[in-house]
Design a protein around this ligand. Structure first.
Ligand code: NAD
Length: 253
């Protein structure tokens, strides 16, 4: 087991990429705090972790709120004694629209969750990791940070911000033995996917249009990202920090 006795927090872990990552980290021996605004979904993932023989804790967290991030880190340390991995994964998408059609409140919410949410997670998790002289802070960015699609400017800008945040934090954290890495998935089969396609549900047209933009010819499954997160959280990735790891079947080439 690559993460035996480590303690991990995953935000947005009630669904999609976060849920798959929480399960994969637990399968490698980590005790996992499953944090989500949807507490029912978080509890269901902890039940799955327990059924596969692991240990987890479900917490209701809105990552856009400072108090929730502070309490999240404090509960993790109080419950499990330390914090080795913080995966800042929670995010919200954007409906495809030109900038003149995007309301200011939409910008504010996307940046509150996708940027401030990650910033707050780092603000409370990194001091713990620095004191321990060990830890990994992971961020779910997106290929839209590197190769945006038309009509997704607000979401793309939020993901660009966290790629740069990962680099800046990596420099701050490195002298303390702490690593910071961004992961950039291409479109992934989760409940978020139809929004990017501007549809209520994924259909053959949307899927074909997106798959045509990925050289390997398919979209991610959440497990493609989960396996990457396990690798980056483990000591196998001991020399990887400040990187933006594209998991994109070649989309960004
Ligand atoms: N699905 C894709 O195509 C894709 C591609 C690239 C990047 N991403 C990114 O991956 C991450 C995970 O998305 P997903 O595709 O698994 O979507 P998802 O909708 O399946 O899961 C997102 C989870 O985040 C939670 N969440 C939303 N706002 C929150 C908040 N303020 N506080 C706490 N939890 C919150 C939701 O309740 C949900 O459980 C996001 O950052 C997203 O931007 C997704």
């Amino acid at each position: 087991m690559k993460l035996k006795d480590r303690v991990a927090i995953v935000t947005g872990a009630g669904s999609g990429i976060g849920a798959a990552s929480a399960l994969a980290l637990a399968a490698e021996g980590a005790r996992v705090v499953v944090a989500d605004v949807n507490e029912t979904a978080a509890k269901a993932i902890v039940e799955k972790i327990e059924r596969q023989g692991g240990q987890g804790l479900a917490l209701h967290v809105d990552v856009a709120r400072a108090a929730d991030n502070k309490a999240l880190v404090e509960r993790a340390v109080a419950t499990f004694g330390r914090l080795d991995v913080f995966y800042a994964n929670a995010g919200v998408p954007q409906w495809k629209s030109d900038i003149e059609e995007v309301e200011e409140q939409v910008f504010d919410r996307i940046f509150a969750v996708n940027v401030k949410g990650v910033w707050l997670g780092a603000r409370y998790a990194l001091p713990v990791m620095k004191r321990q002289r060990r830890g990994v802070f992971l961020i779910t960015a997106s290929t839209s940070a590197i190769r945006p699609r038309p009509g997704g400017q607000t979401y793309a800008a939020s993901k660009g911000a966290v790629v740069t945040l990962a680099k800046a934090l990596a420099l701050e954290a490195a002298p303390h033995g702490v690593r910071v890495v961004a992961i950039a998935p291409v479109a992934t089969h989760t409940p978020m996917l139809p929004t990017f396609m501007n549809k209520q549900a994924v259909d053959a047209e949307g899927l074909a249009r997106y798959e045509a933009t990925v050289p390997l010819g398919r979209l991610n499954q959440p497990e493609d990202i989960a396996r990457t997160a396990v690798f980056l959280a483990s000591d196998d990735a001991a020399m990887i920090t400040g990187s933006c790891v594209e998991v994109d079947g070649g989309r960004c080439i």
